[in-house]
Design a protein around this ligand. Structure first.
Ligand code: 3H9
Length: 715
């Protein structure tokens, strides 16, 4: 019997059958069997039917498709909850009189795992991963997860699992006591057998009836965990709330704990932090969809890869490809440089083994797929080449001329550049349609963002293949058009410009950084410049003066640092000093150099610059450039910009990215602040002229989210 509940006769979301006394519920709600209201209702009605049927002795819940449920349907979170809510459904399942067995496979996450924990037995197919990743959506597992998980695995392990949201392999979950069995195949049959066994035993094991193992609770552990999280997940509310909720599980009866969990979960769900993180969840997935590239565009088969350049960037890119089990040919011009690159890759993989993140056999298999070479000729048969040579148009053009003749006709030729014009590079080839930009961030094997840059002539299949490869190697890809700095670095220019104007006005690097870090940025702009190298940003500015404002004050502090050889961390001095090479300390000498330059340039030193002014100037400049990039078609959607800045530039996820943040404070307020800033600071170079799109949206009372919707043509 297909079962879809009263209100959903049109959709078939659950199949119900009874065989030899066992009712089997198979949820079928692709792609991830999210527990939408209709699914919840269908489960409740099925279990009610099973309870009422004397012929049914036990129930099995399973899912079709690639996974057991990956959780509540996140798309429902902006609307009022419709009955039955997931917490109510889970309590209902747990309190039933007949055993309910969950048959898990795929990624059993969030509400899916909470539902499984409310069942009386859990069996998983080998390879299944389970977890409660709600913190990444600014939430706690609010359908009993914070109360049932500690009762199964203890408080300490629950804190770790819930506050990291990590996907736990089935074998580990079995050892923790979260699962009852793991089977090699036919998990449904294993669940049915378990159901018969439970009927025979005549005993129901309800998670809620257990106490949290007292040995897993130590004095002061909750406050300690919160203190650690306050640093590691600075500014995020949900991990803190999760620890509180786990403490309730240890201190109160389950009914009380569930009640408190529910109220906390509802508060978080309504919070701006959770809305921002949910926005990013969907934004990252939307970024993969390119409006003029149909979903069924044929993809190129990528089985082999090549990387040109074995420096920090090239080696990092090679590691990403190896980690996705792709063979890599790493090409350098000199044996010494090649050896250094190969050694760097080996060391990184060794470190992963040492930290228990990688099995030594996997490392060996990956290294066996790595080949070093000293000639581009070795790339003749590879499917995808990433050129990560020196950032010079001349060097890159030369390489692409050669690649064009050496590589097979179907190979994708990608250039890893942060500023250069992809179209110029493509123009030196006979097949510009296969040339694309892949802007990795350093260190490439760690940073999540991948800006994929589409040239004017890049073929649709090449774009789609590159986006897909980005996902395959664990990156968050976002598409940019060709333009100076693409999306991320173009916006960084404006943000950094304002931070450096503030230094000329008399703010110290520490004050600028502190204000932005307290607001949520992972690292303030002055510290970022010191980390990246003052020479690197100087060189970029210097090579692109014609694209930048002809303002004598433009990034003067950075130019001074470069001229003085204060290149940042690598020289032990920059805007700050770094006695141990890493930890920044205020440096009166740097401040003196900047204030002397300001005086010379006639910039008045202001005694008091408020943190709010620092935030407004830096962040509004950032947002304004984002609006301009949308208008220019460099960015397709405001949500893509949010992905770029949250995945690549340390913008706090709980603020949703610059454009979501702009929407949250109101575009009219931003436009108004531009008028005030123009009055206060002057506007000779147009810094405080709001982008036309910003004005248009603000005037019509619209948001960037509305702009995205209009672009999609949604009704
Ligand atoms: C929760 O459960 C709350 C409860 O604790 C408390 C309630 C009171 N809902 O990622 P993919 C869509 S919170 C709706 O590309 P993959 C996704 O948008 C939830 N839609 O696939 C995409 O749509 P589209 C806790 C969802 O194979 C499509 O499915 N659970 C949901 O790379 C494919 O997704 C989580 O946080 C959802 N829950 O990765 C798990 N999940 O094709 C969130 C996915 O239109 N999900 N979609 O772009 C994931 O982590 C990954 O999707 C998963 C699969 C690992 C499952």
């Amino acid at each position: 019997m297909k079962w879809a509940g009263e209100d959903c006769r049109m959709s078939v979301l659950l199949e119900y059958s009874v065989d030899n006394g066992i009712a089997v519920l198979v949820i079928d709600n692709p792609p991830v069997n999210a527990l939408s209201q209709q699914v919840r209702q269908a489960i409740r009605e099925s279990i009610t039917a099973a309870e009422a049927d004397d012929g049914v002795k036990a129930v099995v819940i399973a899912c079709t498709g690639r996974t057991f449920s990956a959780g509540a349907d996140i798309r429902e979170f902006d609307a009022p909850v419709k009955d039955p809510s997931l917490p109510i459904l889970n309590d209902f399942i747990e309190s039933g009189t007949k055993p309910v067995v969950a048959a898990l496979h795929g990624t059993t996450l969030g509400g899916g795992l909470e539902l499984a924990m409310s069942c009386h037995y859990r069996v998983a197919l080998t390879g299944t991963r389970v977890g409660l990743p709600e913190v990444h959506l600014g939430l706690i597992p609010g359908a009993g997860g914070t109360q049932r998980l500690p009762r199964l695995i203890g408080a300490e392990a629950a804190i770790e699992a819930i506050t990291t949201g990590r996907h736990i392999p089935a074998d580990e979950a079995l050892g923790m006591g979260l699962l009852d069995d793991v089977v090699e195949d036919d998990v449904l049959q294993a669940a049915v057998s378990a159901a018969h066994r439970l009927v025979g035993e005549g005993h129901l094991s309800r998670t809620g009836d257990r106490d949290v193992n007292p040995e897993s609770v130590q004095d002061g552990m909750f406050s300690k965990a919160k203190a650690v999280l306050a640093k590691r997940r600075r500014g995020f509310d949900a991990p803190q709330a999760a620890v509180d909720a786990i403490e309730w599980a240890c201190a109160t009866p389950i009914t009380e704990g569930l009640q408190k969990e529910r109220s906390c979960s509802n508060t978080l769900k309504a919070s701006l932090q959770s809305k921002a993180q949910r926005h990013l969840f969907f934004a990252e997935r939307l970024a993969l969809k390119i409006p003029d590239i149909p979903k069924d565009t044929p993809l190129l088969d990528i089985a082999t890869t090549g990387v040109i350049g074995a420096g920090t960037m090239g080696a990092g890119i090679a590691i990403c490809l190896l980690n996705a089990d792709l063979p890599v040919v790493l090409v350098e011009t000199k044996q010494e440089a090649l050896d250094r690159g190969l050694e760097r890759i080996k060391k990184t993989l060794d470190r992963d083994v040492g930290r228990g993140r990688l099995a030594s056999e996997t490392r060996d298999a990956r290294l066996a797929r790595l080949t070093g070479a000293l000639s581009l000729e070795t790339l003749g048969s590879v499917d995808f080449v990433v050129e990560a040579a020196f950032e010079s148009m001349q060097v890159k053009k030369q390489i692409f001329v050669e690649l064009d003749t050496i590589c097979k006709a179907t190979a994708v030729l990608a250039t890893n550049t942060s500023t250069l014009d992809i179209n110029d590079i493509a123009a030196v080839t006979k097949s510009p349609d296969r040339v694309i930009g892949t802007h990795f961030f350093s260190p490439a094997n760690v940073m999540k963002l991948l800006e994929v840059v589409r040239g004017t002539k890049t073929a649709k299949g090449v774009v789609a293949t590159t986006m897909k490869l980005g996902r395959r190697i664990g990156k968050v890809p976002a598409l940019s058009g060709v333009g100076y700095g693409f999306i991320g670095n173009r916006m960084l220019e404006d943000y950094v410009r304002e931070s450096q104007m503030l230094l000329l006005d008399g703010a110290s690097p520490a004050q600028v950084d502190r204000a932005l870090e307290a607001w949520g940025m992972a690292m303030g702009p002055c510290a970022v410049m010191d980390l990246a190298g003052q020479d690197v940003s100087f060189l970029t500015r210097d090579q692109n003066r014609d694209l930048l404002p002809n303002d004598p004050l433009y990034c003067v502090p950075g130019d001074i640092m470069n001229a003085e050889g204060r290149l940042g961390q690598k020289t032990g001095k920059g805007f700050y000093q770094y006695p141990d090479g890493r930890t920044r300390q205020n440096d009166p000498e740097a401040i003196g150099l900047v204030s002397a330059a300001a005086e010379k340039l006639g910039v008045a030193n202001r005694d008091k610059i408020s943190d709010q002014e620092i935030l407004d100037r830096c962040l509004h400049a950032l947002i304004n450039r984002g609006a301009q990039l949308l208008d220019d078609g460099i960015a397709l959607r405001s949500s893509d910009i949010d992905v770029v800045w949250s995945a690549g530039y340390g913008f706090p996820a709980y603020r949703g990215g610059p454009m979501f943040y702009a929407d949250s404070i109101g575009l009219d307020a931003i436009v108004q602040s531009f008028e005030e800033m123009a009055k206060t600071f002057g506007n000779e170079y147009g810094y405080w002229t709001p982008a036309p799109l910003l004005v248009k949206l603000a005037t019509s009372g619209q948001t960037f989210a509305d702009y995205d919707t209009d672009q999609r043509g949604d009704t």
